[in-house]
Design a protein. Sequence first.
Length: 180
Amino acid sequence: MKSKFWYFIIGGLCLNVLLMAGIYLFSRLNTLPKQKIIPVTYLSNITYTQIENGIKTWELKAQEAKMIENKKVALKEIKVTFFLKDGTPLYVKAKTGWLDLNTKDMELKGNVKLWQNNGFVFLSDYLKYMQARSIFFTESPVTLEGNGMQLMADGMKYFVNTKKWIFSPRVKTWLNEWLG
């Protein structure tokens, strides 16, 4: 009977020691400095493809993409290919810009270049694209070059679906050769 008593006392002491160790460790875990979990908001070498009704309408490539606010993505070294309804591609390049993931609007800055395979190249330092209206526009100085011609204006609009250009009232044009 004495041996059962001592087993009971020793078992109770061991249980108390384990319980106290558990309480101590649990209280220490709550006092450790909390680590912040930061979501990944930076990607490199990304490709974003816009598909409407099963048809690829444009594809954006950038060396760097970073979420900024309200579903806007800041981009660096941007290349966009628009696939027009008649099958011809329209290319755009810029140093920086942003894409609104809700509206699919874009703002492009720094050495903006827009061109097609017809020989004409559009140059500006700033260009905006509105997806809902399929229009590029800017109020910054622009240059359109190609096929022996150079046109400079204070701003422009380019309607993607109709391929129509509208330049600001102040336009200068140079013809380098007779286009007969």
